[in-house]
Write a protein that binds this ligand. Sequence first.
Ligand code: 5IU
Length: 259
Amino acid sequence: DRTLLPYEKRAELTSNSIAKRLFTIMATKKTNLCLSVDLTSSTKILDLVQKVGEHVCLVKTHIDIVEDYTDNFIVQLKELAQKFNFLVLEDRKYADIGHTVSLQYSKGLYNVADWADCVTVHSLPGEGILKALNDSAHSSRGVFLLAEMSSEGNLITPDYTEATVKMAAKYPELITGFVCQKKSTFKDPSLIQLTPGVQLESSKDELGQVYNTPEKVILENGADVIVVGRGIVSAKNPEAQAVVYKDTLWKCYTKRVSG
Ligand code: 5IU
């Protein structure tokens, strides 16, 4: 059972440098919280990250929703990443043919390859997408491959999930882990399970997002890094709420690894 090993042990097993760093950050900062900063103003993003940076292992961005993007925004975000010791995941969900994805990854306005420690990728187009990223990513970069989604009625089938996990096994140096919802999805303890769709109470939003509780996703469903967006971002006091999430999530993890 991959989920019973502590993060510091799993850090020793990885072939991907970002997975190693992320496991190590989680173990040293004692947090498995990933903040999804889905805000459209760069100053609001930086203000929030300044407040919660010490409580998270990973900050997840959607760079294409930022209305006032400048290269300086990235410089400042990376300074905060250094200061607070967290990694940056651009949740781009690449989904095109390899050639196009290599351009989207390393060209254009955002130059994601320059600054994102890791990115999310669909397996839908086939292996070429991983080949492309493997060629254009430098050695300290990682990919979270989408094996499942949190939204109601999504079209991913069990066969698709299984084929996704098989595809990842061919690129151990590139793959940081899977975005998935279930413990049974993969077995390899060197890979990280990133799970979105988490709030303190189970619920849904009006557009099909499904929320599970920390207990459920960590103790039953095998989540290693837990993505929280509106649970923190829309709270009256995001900083205080981040601490509540961090403590709750970490407690579930320690319970899991202590048997
Ligand atoms: N996200 C999901 N579900 C998924 C995948 C990504 O919610 O299956 I893959 C993203 C979308 C959003 C964040 O950026 O994670 C969750 O935000 P909320 O906690 O606000 O729902």
